[in-house]
Design a binder for this molecule. Structure first.
Ligand SMILES: [Zn+2]
Length: 347
């Protein structure tokens, strides 16, 4: 039969996956009914999203606060040069690509900063949460929210050629704070900005995360790694460090959700290695981007699409989102960025 004479069916799409023994029986159906929230759609996040959508997850909510830039393309596999030219938010660009990969999956892009005020609603209906973030603050927040809501989640981190993966099942396994009790001092740990990151390392770490996710979503939690997986793709090493719950852990041991309840997240956040600061207004605003565009036309070059507005002025690049959030590039000083925001967008 010529290949184009046969209608494409779901069983064709997942045929190779179903042949894998643990995916026999009801695994594919379980996956197809599963809802996942992905937080962060950069290096790890694009790989994770692609794995989950190609494998046939039921619904994927993609949360990301940023837009696509040229230096992302080295490792963020869902994006291309046109996305950079179009100033597309990562969540929207990823959703557009994924719709062409597997139209059977409900992909829900959310252009948001995940913070204590919205994290619980973003994960409330999810069966699993995936970490595609690049900072400790958001990971501690995810850990708190997932423990409180009893949602399993899979941490992943990658710097240089090294990476780590940990699947957390609330009440059963060690949590992220059992492993990292408190946020490291700024500047004390290597980041992608100081140590760089290799695309293949990202791919390996995200694939390990995705494999843990598929185990959790198909009822194979018994196959999860028994602790923290570390990998070094340059030195060719992989190891699993067994981890037990820590009774004195502030989060899973004592039930304190410091990052969820403490309002630890400020209104101005320096973005890792970007020479940029995110400004979040105290109360969510509804900004009329076309009106703002008209007002700023005399200030400097303004570009706008359906998701954001960008102004170049006084050596800063200011990107404004409809909810009032902005990313100010050209400084890593929160006070300076807040002043720029107040001047051009309004307090
Ligand atoms: Zn813990």
């Amino acid at each position: 039969m010529p290949h184009n004479a046969r209608a494409m069916t779901t069983s064709d799409r997942y045929a190779r996956q179903r042949l894998f023994a643990p995916f026999g029986g009801k695994a594919q159906e379980k996956l197809g009914a599963a809802r996942v929230t992905l937080v962060g759609c950069g290096a790890l996040g694009t790989h994770l999203a692609q794995h989950l959508v190609r494998a046939g997850v039921g619904r994927l909510r993609i949360c990301d606060r940023d837009f696509v830039e040229l230096h992302n393309l080295q490792r963020q596999v869902l994006f291309d040069e046109q996305d950079v030219r179009d100033n597309l938010p990562k969540a929207a660009a990823a959703a557009a690509k994924l719709a062409r990969v597997n139209s059977e999956v409900a992909v829900e892009p959310r252009i948001v900063d995940v913070n204590p005020s919205n994290v619980e609603s973003l994960i409330a209906d999810a069966d699993l949460v995936l970490d595609g973030t690049d900072n400790f603050e958001t990971r501690f927040l995810l850990n708190d929210a997932c423990l409180k809501r009893r949602k399993p989640w899979v941490y992943g981190g990658c710097v240089g050629a090294d990476g780590m993966v940990l699947a957390v099942i609330p009440g059963t396994t060690a949590c992220f704070r059992c492993f990292v009790p408190d946020a490291p001092e700024p500047g004390s740990v290597a980041t992608c900005d100081t140590a760089g990151v290799l695309g293949p390392a990202v791919g390996v770490v995200a694939s390990l995360q995705a494999a843990e996710a598929l185990k959790l979503l198909t009822g194979h939690a018994d196959a999860l790694a028994e602790g923290l997986v570390t990998v070094d793709v340059w030195g060719n090493r992989q190891h699993v460090f067994k981890m037990a719950r820590v009774p004195e852990c502030p989060a899973c041991g004592k039930g304190r959700y410091d990052f969820l309840e403490g309002g630890a997240s400020g209104a101005a956040t320096t973005l890792c290695g970007r020479n940029a600061v995110q400004i979040r207004p105290a109360a969510e605003a509804a900004i009329d981007l076309p009106a703002l565009e008209r007002r700023l036309a005399a200030v400097g070059p303004v570009k706008r699409n359906e998701y954001l507005l960008r102004l170049d002025a006084e050596g800063f690049e200011i990107t404004v989102f409809p909810d009032g959030r902005a990313i100010v590039r050209g400084t890593d000083d929160p006070a300076r960025a807040r002043a720029v925001y107040a001047k051009f967008v309004g307090a």
